[in-house]
Structures are given as C-alpha cells and as structure tokens.
Design a protein around this ligand. Structure first.
Ligand SMILES: *[C@@H]1O[C@H](CO)[C@@H](O)[C@H](O)[C@H]1NC(C)=O
Ligand SMILES: *[C@@H]1O[C@H](CO)[C@@H](O)[C@H](O)[C@H]1NC(C)=O
Ligand SMILES: *[C@@H]1O[C@H](CO)[C@@H](O)[C@H](O)[C@H]1NC(C)=O
Ligand SMILES: *[C@@H]1O[C@H](CO)[C@@H](O)[C@H](O)[C@H]1NC(C)=O
Ligand SMILES: *[C@@H]1O[C@H](CO)[C@@H](O)[C@H](O)[C@H]1NC(C)=O
Length: 372
C-alpha cells in the first residue's frame, strides 16, 4: 500500500517536472510548441538582452561576378544582334565566349567559370558581359575575390592590347579589340549575402546594428559591443551595451574616479574634484564674510549720516543750547558784581538809527564727516 502511494507521488513529481505548459513560460518567453524559448535574437533573464552574436551559415562555394565591357573592332553590329535567340547573336557570342575561355582559363585562375554576355551594342560590337568566378569558401573571401579581380583585369587588358596584324583575319577568324574602350569593374559583385542573415535573425528593433565579422575564426553576425571582433568599440574602462538607439558605452563609477565621454575616454579623480569644490567653497565663504563686514560698516555710516548730523543741526534751533549759554552767562554774571539788571539799567541802547533793512549774513557751520 505504502509502496503504491510512494510510486504515484514520484510519478506525479516527474510529470510536473517534465511537462511544462505554455502558461508556465517566464515573462518575455514564448511557447514554441515544445518548450519555453526567447523570441528570435533575444537572450537572458526575461529575454530582454539582444544576442551578443550569432553564427553565419556559410556555403562550401562562393561565387561572384566581375563586370566588364569590351569593344570588338572590324565587325559590324546588325539589327539581329539585339535578339539573343538570333543566329548572328549566337554565332558571335559563341566566338567571344570561346576566346575568353582561352584568355582567362589557366592555372592562376582556376576559379574562372565562364563569361555571361549581358548585351551586345552598336559601335563596332560592344560586348557587355560578366566574368563568373567560383571559389571555395574561405574566411578571407573578400581579399580572395579582390585578387581574382586583379588577375582577370590583367588578362583582359593583355588580350585587348594585342597590336593589330591583319584586318582581314579580324573580320573572320579572330577577335580584335579597341584597348581604350575596354573597361573592367574595380570590384566583384558577390553572388551571396551574409548580411541578409544578420538582418533576418537579429532581434526586432536591433537589426541595423548587426553586421558580419570574424569571431573566433568564423563568420558571425556581431554588433559593435561584441567582444573579440576587430571592429569592437573601445569603451576604455566602461562596458559596451547594445541599446535600441545603438551601441553605447556605460562608464564605470569607481570609488576613486568619475568617468564620462562617448567612449568613457575622460576621467577625473574624485579627490581632485572634492579639493577644487572645497577650495571654491572656502573662497566663496571668505568673500561672503568680507561682503557682510563691508555691508554692516556702510550701514552704520549711513545711520550716522541720516540721524546724527541732522540732530546737531536741529540743536541749533532748540532752546537747549541757549539755555546752556544762558546758564553760563547767568553764572558768570551772577558772580560778577554787575548783575544783568545793573547792566540793563546803565546800558540803554537806542535803536532808532539802526537800519533794520540790512541783512546780516552768517556762514552756516559745516559738519565734516571723517571716514572711520
Ligand atoms: C552561384 O551563382 C548561381 C547563379 O549564377 C547561383 O544559382 C548559385 O546558387 C551560386 N552558388 C553559390 C555557391 O553561391
Ligand atoms: C561593316 O560596314 C561597313 C559599311 O558600313 C563596310 O564597309 C564593312 O565592310 C563592314 N564590315 C564587315 C566586317 O562586314
Ligand atoms: C550602328 O551605328 C552606325 C553608326 O553609328 C549606324 O550607321 C548603324 O546603322 C548602326 N547599326 C544598328 C544596327 O543600329
Ligand atoms: C553561324 O555559324 C554557322 C556555323 O558555325 C553558319 O553556318 C551560319 O551561317 C552562321 N550564321 C550567321 C548569321 O553568321
Ligand atoms: C599577353 O598576351 C600575349 C599574346 O596574346 C600572350 O602570349 C601572353 O602570355 C599574355 N600574358 C599574360 C600575362 O597573360
């Protein structure tokens, strides 16, 4: 009985572990019918981070074409040569292709696969065509095709440079050319597109930031933040992060330094900043103190000018001064043997002859304020 119970419990546990239902997918994940996965191009907790890189599927063979234009002289372009199915077109194109095979094939160009004529044009006969190249895949395919283009160009120029021998043979058996009317494209047109894979497989919204580069000896779709590529962005001491706006450097904030700049190229010691700020604060504080002192001094001066001085002037008009004078007079006069009354008794001035119209000018005393 107990054994059965344990068995059923174990079975139930197993079932709950192995069968995950769509409803149990973490936030951000999607149910693909078998399991919970991140949407294409995303990775990490809640599938929020775009992939750092993903591999490019490379074929065994790569092909490319090199466009060129050759002018065949001593032959007349006919109306029928506009039609690729006409006998004239067929005869001429066969002749041309065979000659190109002879010229271009060789040990130094095993990648040559033939010539594809695009059009025949009037003007003797102008041949617009593509040289087809096919090479084994290699990591350095770009350089390889560059070199192949150089070889093709050298061979074609050598062929068209041939000095004319006999116009009659040019009209029949062999092809003669105009060297100055021979043009070979500077670079090949690849018949493959690895960038397309990056665009298709990258996370939505980030497609424009992925490109093909070599990572760990293989082609991969990477972005500027992918570590280990030649094109990796240098964030100095910062960390690179691919954001919706593009790759960005996140600058570190250490205990000793602050970092900033597009690639965290600038930094400053915190102690230096604190020192400068402290010095500036000290200077400001000092300036403030001086200002306060000057202000209070000027206030005090103004106070005196406003109240002290007028009071002095006002005193002149008040009886106080004269009272004092009177006291002084009184005392002196009282002490003397001639009292005021005596004086008035003996001294009787007559004012009839005094010109009362005469004005008496007395200079008003000035108060000179001395600076403190
Ligand atoms: C080479 O080019 C042809 C078209 O000319 C194309 O069909 C073929 O898939 C290409 N092969 C490779 C390996 O890219
Ligand atoms: C091409 O046409 C010219 C006249 O327009 C003629 O003189 C010449 O013989 C022709 N050449 C050939 C190869 O038919
Ligand atoms: C080719 O060009 C020549 C001179 O420009 C002209 O006389 C001749 O009719 C042209 N031929 C065709 C087929 O267009
Ligand atoms: C094309 O070439 C064949 C034989 O190679 C010849 O019989 C025929 O007359 C040529 N046609 C033209 C239009 O030159
Ligand atoms: C250049 O052309 C001449 C004559 O067609 C040929 O003998 C020679 O091998 C060619 N040289 C190269 C490098 O293809």
């Amino acid at each position: 009985m107990l054994v059965i119970w344990i068995l059923t419990l174990a079975l139930r546990l197993c079932a709950s572990v192995t069968t995950v239902t769509p409803g149990l997918c973490q936030e951000g994940q999607i149910w693909n019918g078998k399991q919970c996965v991140c949407p294409q191009g995303y990775v990490g907790y809640q599938c929020l981070s775009p992939l750092e890189s993903f591999p490019v599927e490379t074929p065994e063979k790569l092909n490319a074409t090199l466009g060129m234009t050759v002018k065949v002289t001593y032959r007349n372009f006919t109306e029928k040569m506009n039609d690729a199915s006409s006998q004239e077109y067929q005869n001429f194109s066969t002749l041309f292709k065979n000659r190109m095979d002879v010229v271009l094939k060789g040990d130094n160009l095993p990648q040559y696969r033939g010539v594809n004529i695009r059009r025949l044009l009037n003007g003797s006969i102008v041949v617009k065509n593509d040289v087809i190249l096919e090479a084994d895949y290699t990591l350095e395919y770009e350089e390889l095709f560059e070199n192949l283009a150089e070889i093709v160009k050298a061979k074609i120029m050598n062929e068209t440079r041939t000095t004319l021998l006999d116009p009659d043979s040019c009209r029949k058996a062999i092809l003669c050319y105009s060297e100055e009317d021979t043009f070979v494209d500077s670079s090949v047109t690849p018949g493959f597109d690895f960038q397309e894979q990056c665009t298709q497989k990258a996370a939505e919204g980030y497609t424009q930031f992925y490109y093909v580069d070599v990572l760990d000896g293989k082609l991969a779709c990477v972005n500027k933040c992918t570590k280990g590529t030649k094109s990796q962005m240098n964030c100095n001491l910062g960390t690179c992060q691919l954001q919706r706006s593009g790759p960005r450097c996140l600058c570190p904030n250490t205990n000793t330094h602050w970092y900033w700049g597009e690639t965290c190229e600038f930094n400053i010691a915190k102690s230096l900043v604190y020192g400068i700020v402290g010095a500036v604060m000290a200077v400001l504080l000092l300036a403030l103190i001086i200002l306060i002192i000057l202000f209070s001094l000027s206030q005090r001066k103004r106070h005196r000018e406003q109240y002290d001085v007028p009071q002095e002037w006002r005193k002149e008009g008040t009886p106080g001064i004269f009272q004092k004078t009177a006291i002084w007079e009184d005392q002196n006069l009282r002490e003397s043997r001639f009292g005021l009354e005596n004086a008035y008794n003996n001294f009787r001035p007559t004012l009839e002859t005094v010109d009362s119209g005469t004005e008496l000018h007395i200079q008003r005393p000035e108060m000179v304020a001395s600076t403190v």
